[in-house]
Design a protein around this ligand. Structure first.
Ligand SMILES: O=P(O)(O)OC[C@H]1O[C@H](OP(=O)(O)OP(=O)(O)O)[C@H](O)[C@@H]1O
Ligand SMILES: O=c1cc[nH]c(=O)[nH]1
Length: 191
């Protein structure tokens, strides 16, 4: 490939570890207690994880809440790949059936979950998708990391860590179920 046509791949430098496996675990335990406290139990609560890393987070939180409340919590999955605003709106839409999330969200107090909250565009798309599947009574957002730089009026009710970042930085959440390792890293784009 000539120098003119060569596509330069961005380079990243690791700046440090923000959370270890045990810190992630402790944070999820705290968030499980916060949810139970704010919802006065968990009977009407349904957890919905956004693919990809929101899903294992929702499953883990479901187990933790069940341990506290002694009854199972519905845990569902939202795949928003067809709802992204960077894709053509004329493109294919997923088949919409109430069961596609994993349970019927209508009338439920939904806690939408993702690993990182940045511009808010993923959550906007997730809300679009969620309301195609039913009419929840309420929707709250839980994220492991809020790194700021919102481009939409979206905020999380439950936040693991608030990490102020520059736009050149990236938060990398690594979870065993997806990445085969467990930690949160701060990474920086280098010229
Ligand atoms: O607030 P936003 O600007 O939308 O950014 C947050 C989203 O970015 C990441 O997903 P990414 O698109 O990197 O996909 P991945 O999780 O599947 O790697 C992260 O998991 C959030 O879903
Ligand atoms: O820093 C960021 C921004 C968006 N999504 C991530 O996973 N990390």
């Amino acid at each position: 490939m000539s120098e003119d046509t060569e596509v330069r791949k961005p380079k990243f430098r690791e700046k440090g570890r923000l959370m270890s496996a045990s810190e992630i675990e402790r944070t999820l335990v705290r968030l499980a207690h916060e949810i139970v406290e704010k919802h006065d139990g968990s009977k009407n609560v349904g957890l919905v994880g956004i693919k990809r890393r929101g899903v294992p987070l929702a499953q883990r939180l479901g187990v933790l809440i069940e341990k506290i409340e002694k009854h199972p919590v519905d845990v569902g999955v939202l795949d928003i790949s067809f709802y992204r605003d960077d894709l053509s709106t004329d493109g294919p839409r997923p088949k919409v059936t109430p069961g596609a999330v994993g349970f019927d969200v209508t009338g439920r107090d939904i806690i939408l979950m993702d690993d990182v909250l940045y511009t808010g565009r993923t959550i906007r798309a997730a809300l679009d998708a969620l309301f195609d599947y039913g009419r929840p009574k309420s929707v709250r957002l839980l994220v492991l990391i809020d790194r700021g730089h919102r481009e939409l009026p979206i905020e999380a009710t439950y936040v693991g860590r608030l990490i102020p970042t520059s736009k050149r930085e990236i938060i990398e959440v690594k979870l065993n179920e997806v990445d085969g390792q467990e930690q949160v890293l701060l990474v920086e784009l280098v010229d």
